[in-house]
Design a protein around this ligand. Structure first.
Ligand code: ADP
Ligand code: MG
Length: 238
């Protein structure tokens, strides 16, 4: 199992009261799966995604990546884990406005201690793979929303991570552009050379319907966990 959560709890203490953002989550996620996490606002979706990507630490319970406990890593080990194992895509793209598209894609390499210039060929190839080969020198303000999100997807792939996590990746896109981004994310899970685990948070039903598996959270608990018919057939054939 690539990522496995057991009885994960995340409690925030606000004004003397406990808010149980995650309340006993058990979840096993495998490479090759395209998973949509859905549920009402405040259900704990973003908190879950942050814990899957070691952006946050549970108060109790276990988070294992490839069998190793990551829920209790120190800060340094946590940031190394994030850099090499996880690609993040956000609702508001989170691109650096003064950098060009290819420079934005190359940023994770800088964090890994390399120069921008040395990362340029790989960054350019990734931009080509998301259909933006001709926009490499554009800055974010010179790109459409869909193009910015493609740059963000390319950046998420820069360190070739086995896990890609996206929080409301289509939240600021029109529905057609949103579908294109979902298809791009779904294809990352199905990459024949390197199947990845792709988890998106979405409250868009149409978006969730495109995933193999839908995990519904309510009040910090898993209310439902269903697989699409296609995913069940593929599994039976394995
Ligand atoms: P969702 O993404 O499903 O809308 P979140 O995971 O953001 O939900 O939040 C789950 C619950 O935890 C909510 O009740 C929210 O108010 C609370 N929460 C989230 N982050 C914090 C925080 N940093 N401090 C206090 N409470 C928080
Ligand atoms: Mg959220």
């Amino acid at each position: 199992m690539l990522l496995e959560l057991r009885d994960v709890e995340r409690v925030y203490r606000v004004g003397g009261e406990d808010v149980r953002a995650l309340d006993g989550i058990d979840l096993a996620l495998e490479a090759g799966e395209f998973v949509a996490v859905t549920g009402p606002s405040g259900a704990g979706k973003s908190t879950l995604l942050h814990i899957l990507g070691a952006l946050d630490t549970p108060n109790s319970g276990s988070v294992r990546f490839d069998g190793d406990e990551i829920g209790s890593l120190g800060d340094r080990a946590q940031s190394q884990f994030r850099l090499h194992r996880v690609g993040f895509v956000f609702q508001f793209f989170n691109l650096l406005p003064t950098l060009t598209a290819w420079e934005n894609v190359a940023v994770p390499r800088l964090l890994g201690g390399q120069s921008l210039a040395s990362a340029r060929p790989a960054a350019t190839r990734l931009l080509e793979s998301v259909g933006l080969g001709d926009r490499a020198e554009h800055r974010p303000a010179e790109l459409s929303g869909g193009q910015m999100q493609r740059v963000a997807v390319a950046r998420a792939l820069m360190m070739d991570p086995p896990v890609v996590l996206a929080d409301e990746p289509t939240g600021n896109l029109d529905s057609k552009t949103g579908r294109e981004i979902l298809d791009l994310l779904g294809a990352l899970a199905k990459d024949s050379e390197k199947p990845r685990l792709v988890v998106i948070v979405t409250h868009d039903r149409a978006a969730a319907a495109r995933a193999d598996r839908r995990v519904t959270l309510v009040d910090g608990k898993v209310r439902a966990d269903t697989r699409s018919a296609d995913a069940m057939i593929a599994e039976a054939a394995r």
